[in-house]
Write a protein that binds this ligand. Structure first.
Ligand SMILES: C[S@@+](CC[C@H](N)C(=O)[O-])C[C@H]1O[C@@H](n2cnc3c(N)ncnc32)[C@H](O)[C@@H]1O
Length: 241
């Protein structure tokens, strides 16, 4: 599917709505979409790809299908256990401290993890460290003021995280998966862009709204609006030689 296009965005959004009942189809769709995005910048076949915080491994599986030597690093054994087919050789490891030598990866891939770590700047440095000079870092995250910023308690996070979490628990009778300050942190588009642009070890090749159907780069340039409208910020970085 053409990216960006209305058809692609609608297909992704429909898959997202069906995620609770059919997670596998949604994550396979998302993985194909993300692999297409990576391949715009670098071929995957024969490349070493490191998938950090890759959950059950749908992305790793897709990268392998395209001929990459892909490796999953996931700190939560429960994520791997919940996967119908965790990729062979998956490593239980924290993305802050990857068990990899400097410059190992041709592509370091990290989808929807940055908002789950308390120090995104240090976390990003580790992604850059394991990427070879000239290699790519793909990092995407849901920013806090996105309509989905509060995750399962969205969009009520706009009225306060604690209130939104309590409301979720009252309505569903289930404990919320995410607690602000424990496993979900407010990460913002403007701040993150300033931080990555100030780095001297990467060049920003693309900063865009990951799922937008048109002008995905434009929205990330408009202060304030970008915090609400970006939904999910995708950064493609090249590690400086
Ligand atoms: C929302 S899930 C995203 C999973 C997958 N990457 C995706 O895009 O569907 C967040 C993932 O981040 C992982 N995570 C949280 N803290 C992490 C850390 N310090 N290092 C690496 N992964 C982490 C979680 O275990 C979980 O698998």
């Amino acid at each position: 599917m053409k990216d960006p296009s209305l058809r692609r965005s609608v297909t992704l959004f429909r898959g997202f709505l069906r995620e609770p009942s059919d997670p596998r189809s949604f994550y396979e769709l998302l993985a194909r979409d993300a692999a297409n995005q990576v391949e715009r910048y670098a071929p995957l076949a024969g490349r070493v790809v490191v998938d950090v915080g890759g959950g059950g491994g749908h992305f790793t599986a897709e990268f392998r299908r395209r001929g990459a030597r892909a490796f999953l690093f996931e700190p939560d054994p429960a994520e791997l256990a919940a996967s119908p087919r965790p990729p062979e050789g998956a490593v239980v490891a924290d993305g802050y401290l990857l068990p990899l030598a400097d410059g190992t990866a041709d592509v370091c891939f990290c989808s929807n993890v940055l908002e789950h770590v308390d120090d995104p700047v240090t976390f990003l440095s580790e992604l850059v460290r394991v990427t070879r000079p000239g290699g790519l870092v793909y990092v995407a995250f849901t920013n806090w003021y996105s309509p989905w910023g509060g995750h399962e308690w969205a969009p009520w996070h706009y009225l306060g995280a604690e209130r939104a979490r309590r409301r979720y628990e009252r309505r569903t009778g289930r404990p919320a998966k995410h607690v602000l300050g424990e496993n979900l942190f407010p990460v913002h588009v403007g701040t993150t862009l300033r931080q990555v642009r100030a780095r001297d070890d990467v060049t920003v090749l693309s900063a865009r709204a990951r799922y937008w159907p048109f002008a995905p780069g434009l929205v990330t340039r408009v202060p304030l609006l970008r915090e609400f409208a970006t939904w999910n910020l995708l950064l493609i970085l090249r590690r400086c030689p």
